[in-house]
Design a binder for this molecule. Structure first.
Ligand SMILES: C[S@@+](CC[C@H](N)C(=O)[O-])C[C@H]1O[C@@H](n2cnc3c(N)ncnc32)[C@H](O)[C@@H]1O
Length: 293
């Protein structure tokens, strides 16, 4: 009986384009498009500089995990050029539909979007020069389970690039405000729903080295929300979580509205500076890739 119920849940999840091994709490598709566009505007300048430091070569083959609406995928496609290839994957088909709608013609032949959970990447039967994931592992229950899978998919000398939030409390304001207290509370609820660890990044380099990688570079960057458009990201984040928070019984509609008002106050008070989540960036290479085969 239980097995039958579990099966039905999986089938329904797949009909809606979401594989069953995701606890991802944020919205997807058109509903989350604007939030992700602004997120890319905030972080892409840092990511671009890091990718240049990581020296991604023209002609390289890149696997991107959790590509969302594919804006970073386009940057990778430009970096590897027409002689290279980017396979951009995401667990959620709705994200990929938006990604395909935003794909410029110039990348159509060397950037492919494919639905795939990061935990199923071992179903791919080719190797890549670069495997990358931005803002994915912080949403996963057991990100360390991906390390050996990634190792097997990297060519000798290939690079793993991870970018993520270093910890939720790195989102802060000056002065501290009630709206910020609410945002931290919401981050905590999101972590509970996803069963994820917002601080995994700190221990990840050591874990990678234990699993046979050499870590070449670790960097950190803290963006400020210094335009009215960027400040909107705190409201978008809140709206993106709404359905899941209500469905999980974490709050009532009324409580959500009260919290929204406080976060709106913070967003509109331009005398309060908002520092967005610190970005951690790392680049690593397997020391002995052939032993992973
Ligand atoms: C915060 S978005 C980041 C999107 C993109 N990497 C960026 O930086 O703009 C996280 C993405 O990870 C996807 N995701 C969640 N769990 C996943 C999994 N197990 N495998 C692959 N993608 C997953 C979500 O669908 C979502 O599109």
């Amino acid at each position: 009986m239980f097995k039958k119920m579990l099966w039905s849940v999986c089938v329904v999840a797949n009909i809606f384009g979401v594989a069953s091994d995701s606890n991802y709490a944020l919205a997807a598709g058109e509903k989350d498009k604007e939030r992700l566009i602004i997120l890319n505007e905030i972080y892409n300048p840092f990511s671009l500089r890091f990718f240049e430091d990581c020296n991604i070569q023209k002609g390289a083959r890149v696997l991107e995990l959790g590509c969302g609406i594919g804006l970073m995928s386009q940057i990778f496609a430009s970096a590897v050029g027409k002689e290279g290839f980017v396979l951009a994957t995401d667990i959620n088909e709705e994200q990929l539909q938006v990604a395909r709608s935003l794909l410029p013609q110039e990348h159509a032949l060397h950037l492919e979007f494919r639905q795939l959970s990061a935990f199923e990447m071992d179903s791919l039967d080719e190797q890549f020069d670069v495997v990358c994931a931005r803002f994915l592992l912080v949403h996963l229950k057991e990100p360390q389970k991906l390390i050996q899978k990634i190792k097997k998919l990297l060519k000798p000398g290939g690079k793993l690039i991870i970018e993520d939030i270093t910890h939720n409390l790195s989102l802060h304001s000056s002065p501290h405000t009630e709206g910020m207290v609410i945002l931290h509370h919401l981050d905590q609820l999101q972590g509970e729903i996803q069963q994820s660890d917002d601080q995994y990044f700190a221990s990840f380099p050591e874990m990678l080295e234990r699993e046979g990688f050499k870590v070449h570079a670790i960097q950190k960057a803290q963006p400020t929300l210094d335009t009215p458009r960027k400040r909107k990201s705190i409201l978008f984040h809140l709206s993106s979580l709404k359905d899941v928070l209500l469905d999980a019984g974490k709050m009532t509609e009324e409580e959500y509205s009260q919290m929204f008002e406080k976060v709106l106050e913070l967003e509109q008070n331009s005398s309060v500076e908002i520092y967005y989540y610190e970005l951690g960036q790392l680049c690593a290479t397997p020391l002995n890739p052939s032993s992973a085969q």
